[in-house]
Design a protein around this ligand. Structure first.
Ligand code: PLP
Length: 358
């Protein structure tokens, strides 16, 4: 079977980016966030490449179990916790640490019998209003967990910022102040920093940091590029030209004919589309590289193909390489043209694409 589109995953870049986390947060231990198939990069391969991390963070129990099956013996933090006592038993048996963010989970811990106690992380809601105990529930939740016989040792405390990607937004300062005020009296190990806070808020590092997107070589900031943070892109998405068309001035390209040739010109048809995870909403003008030379997509992206402008590339021909993102073409830039974020583009690459690890 031939698959045109290739996602090359550079595991050295993953390791480089982990060392950037260490340099930015030298006194903290690192929970490498590998949920959602390691942001689309391949859970097991990414975890093996990141073996120097102190722990892994996942969102679903299945992801934690897949890590154990792959021989990962590190601490694993299940960041949404469990929803049933069966899940709780499996998690405990596999030594998976649990975030506890609601009273139903505390009820479950109080009523279950476990052969091995579990480490829990009490989640404080500091303003995202997604998961966690509100400031007025927090002391009661802490007390119950602290008294719970299946909880091992002292609970750790975690929170999550809602605005850290914008360095100029003062919300992060308010949320950190609240996190510090509510968590400080309990003398617990703490974690609140995601990638953006790791790079911009040393005062938020505490004992554990939780980098996700920066490990994959993407800037966590709304206005940033990986390069300026000394991060190396990990995923390099490319394909080939499978046709070249000679069109006349005024002829339309693709579904709906949204783009018309301003003059007689050549266009290339690249074998990648939204069926591979390339965003359909990428507008005409979204950058691509044809043989390392910058060009742009024209017309609508279809399921298996997209068209590229070959006006500046008289030599380009069938079989030539088209790069969608990676070296020299930051995924952040493509995301902006598709009115989304790099996280979504990376997570969205489908399994039709051939993943190659180097
Ligand atoms: C609870 C939690 N911690 C850490 C992270 C990592 O965030 P980032 O990828 O922005 O570094 C995430 C990702 O969404 C998360 O949900």
């Amino acid at each position: 079977m031939t698959r045109c589109a290739i996602a090359r995953i550079d595991t050295n870049a993953l390791q480089h980016n982990l060392s950037r986390v260490r340099a930015a947060a030298p006194d903290s231990r690192v929970i490498a966030v590998v949920k959602a198939d390691a942001y689309g990069h391949g859970l097991k391969q990414a975890a093996h490449a990141l073996f120097a991390a102190d722990a892994f963070g996942v969102a679903r129990l299945d992801e934690a179990l897949a890590l154990r099956e792959a021989g990962i013996a590190h601490r694993i933090l299940l960041m949404e916790g469990v929803t049933t006592s069966d899940e709780l038993r499996v998690a405990a048996q596999k030594r998976v640490q649990l975030v506890v963010h609601n009273f139903e989970q505390i009820d479950m811990l109080e009523s279950v019998r476990l052969a091995t106690p579990v480490q829990v992380w009490l989640k404080l809601d500091i303003g995202m209003h997604r998961l966690g105990f509100s400031p007025d529930q927090f002391a009661q939740a802490w007390q119950r967990l602290n008294d719970c016989s299946v909880v091992s040792g002292t609970p750790h405390i975690m929170g999550h910022f809602s605005h850290a990607d914008d360095r100029n937004d003062s919300t992060t300062t308010d949320q950190l102040t609240q996190f510090e005020r509510l968590s400080e009296p309990w003398q617990a190990e703490r974690s609140v920093a995601n990638s953006a806070a790791i790079l911009s808020r040393p005062d938020s590092h505490y004992q554990w940091v939780r980098p996700g997107i920066m490990l994959y070589g993407v800037s966590p900031f709304v206005d940033g590029l990986a390069d300026s943070e000394d991060l190396m892109p990990v995923m390099h998405l490319s394909t080939q030209l499978i046709a070249v068309q000679h069109l006349r001035q005024g002829e339309a390209v693709g579904y709906g004919g949204t783009w018309r040739c301003p003059n007689d010109m050549r266009i290339g048809i690249a074998a990648i589309g939204y069926g591979d995870g390339y965003p359909r909403h990428a507008e005409s003008g979204t950058p691509v590289l044809v043989n390392d030379q910058r060009s742009q997509i024209i017309g609508r992206v279809s399921m298996d193909m997209l068209a590229v402008d070959l006006r500046q590339m008289p030599e380009a021909s069938v079989g030539d390489t088209v790069t969608l993102w990676g070296d020299s073409l930051p995924v952040e830039e493509v995301a902006e043209h598709a009115k989304t974020i790099a996280y979504e583009l990376l997570c969205g690459v489908t399994r039709r694409v051939d993943f190659k690890y180097s």
